[in-house]
Write a protein that binds this ligand. Sequence first.
Ligand code: AHR
Ligand code: AHR
Length: 481
Amino acid sequence: AGPCDLYSAGGTPCIAAHSTTRALYNAFSGSLYQVKRGSDNTTTNIAPLSAGGVANAAAQDTFCASTTCLITIIYDQSGKGNHLTQAPPGGFRGPESNGYDNLASATGAPVTLNGKKAYGVFVSPGTGYRNNKVSGSAVGDAAEGMYAIFDGTHFNGGCCFDYGNAETNSLDTGNGHMEALYFGTNSAWGSGSGNGPWIMADLENGLFSGQGSKQNPADPTVTHRFLTSVLKGGPNKWAIKGGNAASGSLSTYYSGARPTAAGYNPMSKEGAIILGIGGDNSVSAQGTFYEGVMTSGYPSDDVENSVQANIVAAKYATTSLNSGTALTAGQSISLRVTTSGYDTRYLAHTGATVNTQVVTSSSATSLKQQASWIVRTGLGNSACWSFESKDTAGSYLRHYDFVLQLAANDNSKEFKEDATFCSIAGINGQGSSIRAWGYPTRYFRHYANVVYIGSNGGVHTFDAASGFNADVTWAVGSSFA
Ligand code: AHR
Ligand code: AHR
């Protein structure tokens, strides 16, 4: 049985079931999600390999070969049509045109389930999905349950990496108008023990870790690579739970009465569904989502325990984030432009500015050094890489406002993540494309001989679709100096 078969058997059926990695019903063989490719803006649907099975990642890889792909729709498997699509502007505007949020890269969160490859939904700040016209979700004080599997190592303190029930107009309509899982280190409202990240409940104008609206030490810091997070709420009761999605059982972090702060008892749930954003389309948060469901009714602990067992049996595991020219920590490399007419240029720096310059064996030593990079284990994620300047020890390539720059490591989480890049097979078929770990829609892209992290057809000039594939592909060679 799948998770939603278990909820159904317990009398609390799923009203929404979202996953890009697997079917959540034993009999489900329909579309899990839709991707759109950059080469011609056409779309295709990705289904499980067999009923109840893992997503057909190979079908996506074929469709997206030699171009980029975004996740455009995360289908609802429940049959209620509660699909998630690109979130519209609300109290806050997203970064895309007309204030829409970004869509996630289709390849930002590769994993395996029982050894079979699949892709999760990597949410960078600015990314969000939503459905404001949901059928069958809990409204008012009605009972509901939900779970989601997140990457417990991908989070930040922004508002708000959520999955669950939110406002139908994308605005903050007041306390108690949401009931969504939150994961991250935001402590502006509540918090748990340690430094976070924590699983909390976003009940609108408050992230709750227990009955009180401030710190509740019984809510632990949790960082399992695959994290099961559970939330349920009904008339004057609610609970949050968590556990390792790869082994073991769930623990209850809070189970009890509604918050005493005004507006949360009874609740005024509206029944929209959000992913990756706050109820008012706050878009500052990051995290990764693999699967999640919402139910009608307050699921029993027994059912939730059997769902956790089902999740563990799915055997989520990590897989490589790199597929380009092999890199080794400590090696010194050069990155040569592959765009025709520019291919004598190399990625270099002039002070803090990162550009491309013509470099040859007879160039001055100083220029050779400016175009030489030492590969380091990724500062923000050891599965990827950082690039330290040959001539300025302790300074690394990092992006800032999507412009690549050379800067000294200040040891902040933001610096380390902004200085971490994965090396994937070159999109134009040559060497490597160097993808920003935290923004997997974005790659090192030279544009007018300055280097950015560009997304294919995004809103910036340097995102231009024209020339994209060649501009984001680099020949990796030995360094000049
Ligand atoms: O409750 C926390 C956040 O506050 C909500 O997600 C958002 O709607 C509001 O800004
Ligand atoms: O960076 C050099 C060129 O500038 C790129 O190939 C092109 O996209 C832009 O005009």
